[in-house]
Each structure stands twice: as C-alpha cells, then as structure tokens.
Design a protein around this ligand. Structure first.
Ligand code: AMP
Ligand code: MG
Length: 193
C-alpha cells in the first residue's frame, strides 16, 4: 500500500493550491498520487443526510453533527486510500474553528482510520493569509485580525504535536509564500521519495 500524507493548513494558506501543484508535478514525474479533500467528502456526505451545507458553513453547525460527518468521511477516505494504487494526499485541517472553540480535525478515531505516514503543515505569513481570505470571493471566509490568524497557526501546530505523539508519524512545516506554491509542492513531493 502507498503512503498517506495528510496536508493541513488554516483557511487561506493555499493548501489546496499547493496540493493541485503537487499533483501536476507528480504527473510530470510519472508518479501515482491521488488527492482527497476531506471537506469535500464531508459536504458530499451531508447531502445524503438532506442537510447539505456550504463548505464554509460546516464548521458553524453543531459539533455532534460535525463529529458524525467527520468520522463517516474518515471511513470513506480510509476505504478509498486502501483501494488506491500509489500515494494518497489528504487535504484537510489540523484544527477547525467552530462555534464551540478549536476542535481537532484529526482526533484519535480519525487517525486510526487514516493511519498517516506524515503530517504537513502548510504555513504563510498571517498578513498574506488575511489578504488571500479577502481576495477569495469563491469562499465565505471570516475576516479576522492578524493576531487571530497567528492563534489559528499556533493551534494547528499544537494539534500536529498531538497527532505525532499519537501516531509516531512526523510533522513537516512547509512555507507557502505568495507565488511559491510550486516550491512548496516540491518540498512535499520530496517526502515521498
Ligand atoms: P477546506 O475546503 O479544506 O477549507 O474544508 C472545508 C471545511 O470542511 C472546513 O472548514 C471544515 O469545516 C471541514 N473539514 C475539513 N477537514 C476536516 C476534518 N478533518 N475534520 C472536520 N472538519 C473538516
Ligand atoms: Mg482548500
């Protein structure tokens, strides 16, 4: 079975852009890598329950609803990863800012299902993150202060430490300054050599 790389980043870090870049690089290098977006799986599952939510509204729903969806999504992803040839990238979040406070994107039951080999934290300067959130009209992202973005980064790192302790997998921090998504993707691809 291939490796499972969990790529995380707070909203506006450009993690999905980096993942897309990674897929292009992998294709060019003749490498089989599949990316699965955790949030997309959750949104699809929410449609089945007839409670379809916009992806940016999910984290504002009740925690019990999110927890159920999260576990269901992890089961689907684990199954897909098992059926997939080559390495799998899971595009997700270490920590989710819910109405109940910070919540783990990868609690123990989810970690057990995904069985990751490495965790990646995609990071950028808080100011850059804010300007990306502001410019991205396709998303309903909260406009917050730079200090709050710094706190989101801190929580992601704290969650990553917990994930590493629980799984024995390593944590790689990959910086994604503007226009450098290809370099960031190369750093992730290196983890898979
Ligand atoms: P994204 O497009 O990566 O920002 O994901 C959209 C939304 O999906 C996030 O804001 C979360 O509400 C949800 N989501 C993604 N990954 C997870 C996860 N591991 N656990 C819980 N919710 C998640
Ligand atoms: Mg994304």
């Amino acid at each position: 079975m291939g490796r499972v790389v969990v790529v995380t980043g707070i909203p506006g870090t450009g993690k999905t852009t980096v993942c897309n870049e990674l897929l292009k690089l992998a294709q060019g290098a003749g490498r089989k890598i599949t990316a699965i977006n955790f949030g997309t799986v959750m949104v699809e599952l929410s449609k089945k329950d007839d409670k379809s939510l916009h992806r940016d509204k999910l984290r504002k729903s009740s925690l019990s609803f999110q927890r159920d969806l999260q576990l269901e999504a992890a089961k689907m992803i684990s199954q897909k990863a098992g059926d997939t040839e080559g390495d799998v990238i899971v595009d997700t979040h270490m920590s989710i800012k819910t109405l109940q406070g910070y919540w783990a994107g990868l609690p123990l039951p989810v970690l057990k299902l995904l069985n990751p080999d490495v965790f990646v934290l995609v990071e950028a300067e808080p100011r850059e993150v804010l300007s990306r959130r502001f410019r991205d009209t396709t998303r309903k992202r909260d406009k917050v202060l730079e200090s709050e973005v710094a706190e989101e980064f801190l929580f992601s790192r704290l969650m990553a430490v917990a994930c590493s302790v629980l799984t024995g997998a390593s944590v790689k921090i990959v910086k994604n300054p503007s226009g450098k998504q290809s370099e960031a993707a190369k750093k992730i691809l290196k983890l898979l050599w």
